[in-house]
Design a protein around this ligand. Structure first.
Ligand SMILES: [Cu+2]
Length: 575
């Protein structure tokens, strides 16, 4: 009896399995996973002829403005409260009033200037000139922790909203200057106010300055600041931990608490700062930035913070001695599995459990990549390297993430002048076109825009991109990631957007980054590579799909029957 049931079940299984393979082969490959469709094609041969599918109409897109209207007067070179601020040709330049406040100190600028920013009067306090060389040497910086694209208990929105590309909004935590007012731009939007952004600001101090950095922990999780590569004592003058490492040098700064770190750096160079609480997640969530110690020079008040990194609009005396322009470039990758945890709950206990115990960094797979807090095409609004012929331009490159970075500068071979803030002897400086920067490393490079066939091949809008190819993608789609360009001024449109030959508007849509727009749309005049539509055989495909599901059901049903009947048989045999 049971032997016969088993035989029937086995036969049904074999027949349904064979049937399922045949039906799958008949199905339009568009409905099968590519690997299965290739396997069937290889093993069962060509499918019967079917008319090719029609080409789908391109989706109707409503692209964002490539350069939205903003504060175009911010682009001019100007003097505010006596502070000289270099011009910026970018579509979205830095707020020059912030630059003035960071150079003079938020305690020293006029109220009018401060009101053009969202800084508090104690965000960057500058005190005495201790060595009498014409610039303040007492610097007190106050930082907070901002959460971007967090959970809202009220609606399905991210607050405050921060997009790295159209519709792409991973969650972040960033150090931000102490701010006043609302976290959003105004009452009508959920968009974050401009200072709340990625990456954490670049910090600039002068060699020998007496620097205090106070972290006022406005966040719901504990954090610290570790000064990576910056000369600092292990304990401060009061015997308190000064290295930022929980359990080892100090206890973490819990919500509502604050701690002040003391530094008087003797060594100049491009360094790094980051949170050291659970660094496998906190550093990558955005709590890291560039920390630059400038050589001591007379009359050298510095731009203490550079919001969003990018062009330094008030470069130091030492930089001005050798370079026409200076840019801070901060690179980082994003694994949504980590960054989107904070959208899952507004209960700190749940977020803490998921971030610190359930997320396993060894399974990390980044899907997005940012330069100065944005992905291409947004990088062309605010993170271009703009140059003119016959200049020397300084780039400070920081890899703030956990991914390799092999930065290729089209049209240029650049000179690596400093590794991790230490100058290389001139004879040992390497000139190359792919700059490798490992996690936490800093490489300073000199871009020489002299058209000599070596350092530069002439003016252009030259791409600058990671040759570790994931870095040029967003959600697996290109051209995205942290692509940017080295653009000669003559290749820049009036609005600061590079003059390129193609139409980039499809990239300024959310649909593009959801994978709904064929990548050649806008360049493929006959639409040859638009998407196929399911053909006239849609009905047939539906029937075949139903049959496939039925056959698979039969297969598993028979399998179950087989298992149960053999179980029954062994139970009977035992009796
Ligand atoms: Cu932290």
């Amino acid at each position: 009896m049971f032997a016969r049931a088993r035989a029937i079940a086995a036969t049904l299984m074999i027949l349904s399995a064979l049937g399922a393979i045949y039906v799958a082969w008949l199905l339009d490959p568009a409905y099968l996973p590519p690997s299965l469709s290739t396997y069937l094609f290889k093993n069962l041969g060509e499918r019967p002829y079917a008319a090719p599918a029609a080409t789908a109409e391109l989706p109707k897109l409503q692209p964002e403005e490539i350069c939205p209207p903003g504060n175009s007067e911010w682009r001019n070179a100007q003097t505010i409260d006596g502070v000289d601020i270099k011009g910026s040709l970018l579509c979205e330049p830095d707020n020059p009033y912030e630059v003035a406040a960071f150079v003079k100190g938020t305690n020293n600028v006029s109220m009018g200037t401060l009101m053009e920013t969202q800084l508090t009067p104690d965000a960057v306090v500058k005190g005495r000139d201790l060595d009498g060389d014409g610039d303040p040497d007492e610097i007190h910086i106050r930082l907070e922790v901002a959460e971007l694209n967090g959970h809202s208990p009220d609606a399905k929105i991210e607050v405050p909203g921060y997009s790295i590309a159209p519709g792409v909004k991973p969650g972040f935590w960033a150090f931000v200057p102490k701010a006043r007012g609302m976290a959003t731009r105004n009452l009508e939007t959920f968009e974050a106010q401009p200072m709340l952004r990625m990456p954490s600001p670049s910090i600039r101090v002068e060699q020998g300055d007496q620097v205090k950095i106070t972290l006022e922990n406005t966040h719901y999780l504990p954090h610290t600041i570790h000064l990576h590569g910056v000369d600092h004592p292990f304990k401060d003058a009061n015997g308190e931990g000064n290295d930022g490492v929980p359990l080892i040098s100090e206890m973490p700064i819990f919500p509502g608490e604050q701690r002040t770190y003391d530094i008087q750096p003797r060594q100049d160079g491009s360094m790094f700062y980051h949170c050291h609480v659970q660094p496998q997640s906190h550093v990558l969530m955005g709590l890291n930035g560039l920390f630059v110690v400038e050589p001591n020079r007379p009359n050298n008040p510095l731009q203490t913070l550079n919001i969003g990194a990018g062009q330094v609009r008030h470069p130091s005396a030492a930089v001005r001695e050798s370079y026409a322009r200076e840019y801070d470039l901060h690179y980082q990758g994003i694994d949504y599995d980590l960054h989107d945890i904070l959208k899952s709950s507004n209960d700190p206990r749940v977020v803490s459990k998921r971030v610190h115990r359930e997320y396993n960094i060894t399974q990390r797979k980044p899907e997005a990549f940012i330069l100065n807090g944005r992905s291409f095409p947004y990088t062309i609004r605010e993170s271009l390297v703009i140059v003119k012929p016959d200049e020397r331009v300084k780039l400070r490159i920081l890899n703030g993430g956990a991914d390799p970075l092999y930065l290729h500068t089209h049209g240029h071979k650049v000179i690596e002048t400093h590794y991790d803030g230490i100058a290389r002897p001139e004879a040992n400086q390497i000139t190359r076109d792919v700059v490798h920067v490992g996690p936490a490393q800093r490489v300073d490079v000199e871009v020489r825009t002299v058209n000599d066939g070596l350092h530069n091949y002439g003016p252009g809008a030259w791409l600058m991109h990671d040759h570790h190819e994931p870095g040029v993608t967003t959600n697996g789609i290109a051209p995205g990631g942290h692509i940017s360009l080295i653009v000669y001024e003559q290749f820049l449109g009036e609005n600061g957007i590079p003059k390129v030959v193609g139409d980039v508007t499809p990239l300024f849509t959310e649909e593009y980054w959801r994978g709904e727009v064929p990548v050649f749309s806008g360049m493929d005049p006959r639409g040859l590579l638009s998407d196929p539509v399911p053909t006239a055989s849609t009905l047939m495909t539906t029937l075949l799909t139903a049959l496939l599901v039925a056959l698979l059901g039969l297969f598993f049903g028979s399998l179950l029957w087989l298992i149960r009947s053999s179980g029954g048989a062994s139970a009977t045999a035992k009796k």
